[in-house]
Design a protein around this ligand. Structure first.
Ligand code: AP5
Length: 236
């Protein structure tokens, strides 16, 4: 099963993608994580992406599409994948459709995390991430047992450089201008499911799981088969 998590920065996409991919045996593909890794490794992709990311801007489509094409055509997603933070532009969405068509697959469902700007700001400003394993915490909502230390691996927690107030504001603006239009795109393609963004982590997880249970487990299939029909819905 192939899933996209769509929504503004701080909506909780990464948190849910991590859990859902583990419980469902899906490959978690986060373009943000892949780009941060490329920056850390100093690869040519990382060098060109760094300046955009620090400013809260989108990395150019061609750079992101190269990374995604590589991951999706690899053979390690036999049960499917969760795309987290991709696509973010219409060009990326169309390229994804084409890539999937070429390998005889399609998107089963796109979860749109509908959070208000205030919630997104609160979540991003309190986020802490583990330097070692990448686990996410929130100083208020999901605090670690010991301040500054990851519960899972004992690594140090840090605040992402793009989680500073001025960069958060920029990222939210960029989301509105360049990504929000994808909600209509996926509504038209009849695969959109809206998740209430102010739910807590467990309730959100249960709702996503409930929707996924309605999707048959076949992964590779004929491209014209439709599992969701035309029932795009809002869950509240
Ligand atoms: P990326 O890393 O993808 O950042 P983002 O989309 O801005 O998303 P975030 O990771 O900030 O938030 P999230 O929705 O995953 O929330 P999370 O689960 O962490 O991208 C970074 C940059 O890379 C971009 O700005 C761009 O430059 C570049 N980039 C990436 N993809 C690109 C693409 N496709 N095209 C072009 N450029 C691209 O949760 C946030 C916080 O809230 C955490 O602290 C968490 O613990 C907490 N939390 C989560 N859920 C809940 C809940 N239900 N209740 C309370 N707290 C919660």
């Amino acid at each position: 099963m192939n899933i996209v998590f769509l929504g503004p920065p701080g909506a909780g996409k990464g948190t849910q993608a991590e859990t859902i991919s583990n419980t469902k045996g899906l490959l978690h593909i986060s373009t943000g994580d892949l780009l941060r890794q490329a920056v850390k490794d100093g690869t040519s992709t990382g060098v060109s992406a760094k300046e955009y990311m620090e400013k809260g801007l989108l990395v150019p489509d061609d750079v992101v599409l190269n990374i995604i094409a590589e991951r999706i055509s690899s053979d390690d997603h036999k049960h499917g994948f969760v795309l987290d933070g991709f696509p973010r532009t219409l060009v990326q969405a169309k390229a994804l459709d084409e890539t999937l068509r070429n390998i005889g697959e399609r998107l089963d469902v796109v979860f749109y995390f509908a959070v208000s700007e205030d919630t997104a700001i609160q979540r991003l400003s309190g986020r802490r991430t583990c330097k070692t394993c990448g686990a996410n915490y929130h100083v208020q909502y999901i605090p670690p047992l010991k301040e500054g230390i990851c519960d899972k691996c004992g690594g140090q927690l840090y605040q992402r450089t793009d989680d500073k107030p001025e960069t958060i504001a920029k990222r939210l603006r960029v989301y509105k201008e360049q990504t929000e239009g994808l909600i209509d795109y996926y509504k038209r393609n009849k695969v959109l499911k809206e998740v209430k963004g102010d739910w807590d982590v467990d309730k959100t997880y249960r709702m996503i799981t409930k929707v996924l249970e309605t999707i048959p487990k076949h992964h590779r299939r004929h491209k014209e088969e439709s599992f969701l029909g035309d029932n795009s819905e809002i869950y509240s």
